[in-house]
Design a protein around this ligand. Structure first.
Ligand SMILES: Cc1cc2nc3c(=O)[nH]c(=O)nc-3n(C[C@H](O)[C@H](O)[C@H](O)COP(=O)(O)OP(=O)(O)OC[C@H]3O[C@@H](n4cnc5c(N)ncnc54)[C@H](O)[C@@H]3O)c2cc1C
Length: 425
């Protein structure tokens, strides 16, 4: 008899399947793609940033107010326990920058292969190319799932007794279907409709962790430039608390890079309310106007032949220096002293805070994560069980929790999968 059906072979799904099987349960893992772990393979640019070195408290706080929901799951299965888990199944991890944890060898396939080997060792039945289309339930209790195979199923004896071709039956079903981002990697939002079909709701969903498009065309001329420690702020009084810091890269039509990935989760909800979101960015590693003035003075003492451009270049790469001079209407070849006081002032102001207008993005197609999901108040945080349907559980990104860049989202998927899979909580 199947005891547990897991829908989706991503980080959360595979972890929950392994934990259930380690507790002696017969587990069936259904995956709609031809292979397991498609998104996991793509993580961290194929290097898989599994987790990070934050304490449990810091980790939880990074998810904002909703983060408290994860305290039980993280207390049971935090970053150290995740690393130990992988060590036990043959994957050594390391922390090259002192913060982000990767498998040694920086290859996400080692993670997938190890999870696959552990699932085989535990006799977990994994059926790929099988899309779950319906939840079966009765008297507010889960009974099983219906599937739509895209390739014929292997007829295994285990299933004969509890399947009738398209239905599988179990008293515990775990929805581990992910969010909506990068739909080519499998997560297309099926979990939301499955949950809604049995009475759950879904919050508004926004694409997050993605590049952003800008109204300003000058960014295109700075394409090759990566600027370290950029601070981004929303330039709207009501939202002025929203800010982020990190490396930024200019693109053909906007901005990308770690700071943009993190900040996009704040911007996409705003863009759904307004056509444009004005930002200001500090490209000069936090220098304010006064500090920039002092810096210029010192540079001029060292070299009196500095042009306006060569002075700005002491702070920024050439392409962006040229663009900022243009924006300030400052002639690049003249000396700073020859600039009109207005142009000099404008240039210094622009170096302290450069305005930029966000006016679009590529939607879920390019979103690494989804903001929103099954409301946390509909799920028991101590078990990950639905408060609406007995025996129905959730794990991973399908729930309304999303974290920043840096191993937060995988750690959450693994930890919630660990809790959802366990019968002893
Ligand atoms: C390009 C990219 C890079 C990323 N890098 C990182 C990183 O380095 N570190 C980090 O922490 N996070 C990273 N993330 C985010 C992280 O990958 C996700 O948050 C995490 O994988 C979510 O895990 P999950 O198990 O909830 O869902 P997923 O990994 O999305 O797995 C869901 C699975 O369910 C299957 N499925 C969906 N519907 C059905 C259905 N109806 N029937 C059967 N199967 C179904 C899907 O095919 C999929 O395999 C990255 C995301 C992307 C897109």
């Amino acid at each position: 008899m199947i005891s547990v059906i897991v829908i989706g072979a991503g980080a959360g799904g595979m972890m929950s399947a392994i934990i259930s099987a380690r507790e002696g349960k017969h587990v069936l893992l259904l995956e709609k793609l031809p292979k397991i772990g498609a998104k996991l393979k793509a993580t961290g640019g194929g290097r898989c940033n599994l987790t990070n070195t934050l304490s449990n408290e810091e980790f939880i706080a990074s998810f904002g107010r909703e983060g408290r929901f994860m305290s039980h799951a993280i207390d049971r299965f935090n970053a150290q326990k995740l690393q130990l888990f992988f060590k036990e199944i043959g994957v050594e991890t390391h922390i090259p920058d002192g913060f982000r944890v990767f498998p040694v060898g920086h290859n996400s396939s080692t993670i997938i292969n190890a999870l696959r080997a552990e699932m085989d060792r535990l006799d977990i039945e994994v059926l790929c190319s099988q899309k779950v289309t319906k939840l079966l339930y009765e008297d507010k209790k889960i009974r099983g799932v219906s599937i739509k195979p895209s390739v014929p199923m292997m007829q295994k004896s285990l299933y004969r007794e509890n399947c009738n071709i398209e239905n599988f039956y179990a008293d515990k079903v775990i929805i581990a279907t992910g969010g909506m981002g990068y739909p080519v990697l499998g997560a297309e939002g099926d979990g939301y409709s499955l949950a809604q079909s049995v009475g759950h709701t879904t919050t508004t969903l926004y694409p997050a962790m993605m590049p952003l498009k800008t109204k300003e065309r000058w960014v295109e001329n700075c394409r090759a430039d990566t600027i370290a420690k950029v601070e981004l702020r929303v330039d709207i009084k009501k939202y002025k608390k929203l800010h982020a810091k990190g490396d930024l890269i200019f693109t053909k039509n906007g901005i990308r890079g770690p700071v943009v990935l993190d900040f996009s989760r704040e911007i996409t909800p705003l863009l759904s309310k307004m056509d444009e979101v004005p930002l200001i960015m500090n490209l000069t590693k936090g220098m304010n106007e006064e500090q920039i003035r002092i810096h210029f003075k010192k540079e001029l003492q060292k070299n009196q032949n500095h042009t306006t451009l060569s002075l700005v270049e002491t702070l920024l790469p050439t392409a962006i220096s040229i663009e900022l001079c243009h924006l300030a209407k400052a002639t690049t070849e003249s000396t700073l002293g020859k600039l009109s006081p207005q142009a000099k002032d404008k240039l210094i102001k622009l170096l302290a805070w450069t305005p930029l207008t966000i006016n679009g993005h590529d939607g879920f197609k390019m979103a690494m994560i989804t903001r929103g999901g099954i409301p946390l108040k509909e799920i028991d945080h101590k078990t990950m069980q639905s408060k609406i349907i007995k025996g129905l559980y959730f794990c991973g990104e399908v729930m309304n929790l999303d974290g920043p860049c840096g191993g937060y989202n995988l750690q959450w998927s693994f930890a919630s999968g660990h809790l959802a899979g366990s019968f002893y909580v």
